[in-house]
Design a protein around this ligand. Structure first.
Ligand SMILES: [Fe+2]
Ligand SMILES: [Fe+2]
Length: 290
């Protein structure tokens, strides 16, 4: 069992070439027009020739967004160094603090990234899939730099721009932005293992250190519930296929009922996410399964 804490494509079937015309008839199947003569081909090539593009020393991209030069896959370590990632997450958290929300900055991003990666490693997913979960985990709340409301969609679009600029493969970008775009109830769905891991990791980060409100008398229910959690552990057991969130809470600060009041929809989403990973989901509070 692993425990995580807060620290923690034959020619017959080929698609038609985009530069060739094909005609389909009921008698003969697929018929291609006769090839142009060498002279016709030369004239056609000259007519479509474009002036040379000056080499500005910038990386070149194909229309599908892939870089021509091969490069090692992008890692979270590189993404964290990007100035946009550093600034937007920090400024997003400033917005959350200004409206009295719990911490959504680099601390939360780092914890969610680490836990999302660890969940998939513990459940024997491929390392690259786990790295994509870490990347999505780190970026999932970056949309808060615009507004809490709509931060899921905004975050997916901001992530798309940054990851495209950094040269990530489109298939990987799709995994990441799909996870960012599905991390929050009520519209989030654990569409794949990456999204499922990010959902569970995000909802596991309930802890007193997330409270940013410096005036306890102004605490809302979210502050009280987060403020009551002294310890938070996520146990992943691949043998019995169970993911369990174990919380130690101070019931003098928030009652178990208050925890349920704001966490019931989150726990429902976590249960669906765990099912996507082939696991059950349990929560225990002060040693008691709930
Ligand atoms: Fe969020
Ligand atoms: Fe979050």
């Amino acid at each position: 069992m692993t425990t995580f804490t807060e620290e923690a494509r034959s020619p017959e079937n080929r698609e038609p070439d985009s530069d060739r015309l094909t005609m389909e008839t009921p008698q003969t199947g697929v018929v291609t027009p006769p090839a142009p003569s060498a002279a016709e081909a030369r004239t056609e090539a000259q007519a479509t020739q474009l002036p040379p593009v000056p080499n500005l020393g910038l990386p070149t991209f194909r229309q599908d967004g892939d870089t021509k030069e091969s490069r090692p896959p992008l890692t979270l370590r590189e993404i964290r160094k990007d100035n946009r990632v550093r600034v937007y997450i920090a400024k997003g958290n400033e917005q959350m603090q200004a409206i009295g929300y719990t911490e959504h900055g680099h601390r939360h991003a780092g914890i969610v990234a680490t836990i999302a990666r660890s969940i998939l490693i513990a459940l024997h997913h491929e390392e690259r899939t786990a790295e994509l979960a870490a990347i999505a985990g780190y970026l999932h709340d970056i949309g808060c730099v615009i507004n809490r409301k709509g931060h899921v969609e905004a975050g997916a679009l901001i992530s798309f721009t940054i990851l495209s600029d950094l040269g990530m493969e489109p298939l990987e970008i799709a995994e990441v932005i799909g996870a960012v775009g599905n991390h929050e109830e009520p519209y989030g769905e654990p569409i794949n293992p990456v999204a499922a891991a990010v959902i569970i990791a995000d909802k596991s980060d309930v802890h007193h250190s997330r409270v940013q409100n410096t005036s306890p008398k102004d605490y809302d229910i979210h502050d009280r519930v987060n403020g009551s959690v002294r310890k938070s552990f996520l146990h992943v057991d691949p043998d019995i296929k169970q993911i369990r969130l174990a919380l130690d809470i101070d019931t003098n600060i928030a009652s178990v009922m208050e925890y349920f009041e704001i966490f019931i929809t989150r726990m429902t989403l976590c249960r669906k996410a765990a099912e996507r990973l082939g696991c059950s989901y349990r929560v225990s509070i002060n040693g008691q399964d709930v």
